[in-house]
Design a protein around this ligand. Sequence first.
Ligand code: PLP
Length: 362
Amino acid sequence: MKANRIHNFNPGPAALPLPVLEEIQASFLDFEGTGMSITEISHRSKQFEAVLNDAIDRTRRLLQLDDRFKVLFLQGGASLQFCMIPMNFLRDGENADYVNTGTWSTKAIKEARILNKQVQVVASSEDRNFSYIPREIAFTPDAAYVHITSNNTIKGTQWPAFPDSGAIPLVADMSSDILSRRFDASKFGMIYAGAQKNIGPAGVCMVIIREDMLTRVPATLPTMLSYTTFADKNSLYNTPPCFAIYTVQLVLRWLEDTIGGLAPMAALNRRKADVLYGTIDASEFYRGTADTDSRSLMNVTFRLPSEDLEKRFVAQAMENGLGGLKGHRSVGGCRASIYNATPLAAVEALVDFMRTFEKKNG
Ligand SMILES: *Cc1c(COP(=O)(O)O)cnc(C)c1O
């Protein structure tokens, strides 16, 4: 590791793979012999189009998307999707099912209701501060779609397997675990992810949309709020966030060519989470906040015996080159975000520190 870089456990924007940052640095003043930075060239240039299409192709291969899927890059973050989804997919008189598993699901539901859309919360884990993923969900048979949040960044839970919604398309906010593991994408009508957790910098949201969902889009939407606009123009209706998309391309290349794809990535993510949860479970000092069968492999939330100790833990960790460990205020305590780009060595350094801290303070 570079002497001045810390082990970064930030929840988002989050750590990026070091080789990606180095490549950006190396090519920043002269992108592929153009004599210009990637931030200075036209989004309609052949160089940028190659970047965009490579990012799309790599996403298709990594997720094994069939021809029905389109990969789009939008602005407005994952949060804009909370309103775009009901605007585009939910017609008057129709209902959509939502599963409420935390802060982000709650916001998605709120946005749909602001639009006066009919939304049913068919399952929720709010009764225990969202510390688990609900099982046994009764979906509404004629629902237009089912919305879930695959990984709950703040509460530290993750769907271990996706629910069977039968013929109803699944729509998933995968902002904090997209491309961290394999799953059957064919069941999804739409997948979206703000890039800044697992696949890139802030400023771009990846939207993967199945073509049958596009038939639902009303023609009356403002141009910039319609998925059809971006699907018809390969995300080039207006100027896209070129630099963010370029970084995503490099992250996908690293994931595919250096890591070797989703199977080795998932195995590494599992290993990292096992090391960290193993340390928490072996101790009486640290206590995980999520139910064991619902724990996130991406965001590991835990408490210490007192808030005072938690404050000292976070501060002393930082002094030891371990950053970003403060939990979200709605859960309290600590959170280690260990997305794809976090190396096993960072997690090993963290558990070493945790053991030392426990010995001194336990
Ligand atoms: C961070 C996050 C969001 C919000 O993303 P923005 O890009 O900031 O709008 C939404 N959903 C999940 C699961 C997140 O982790």
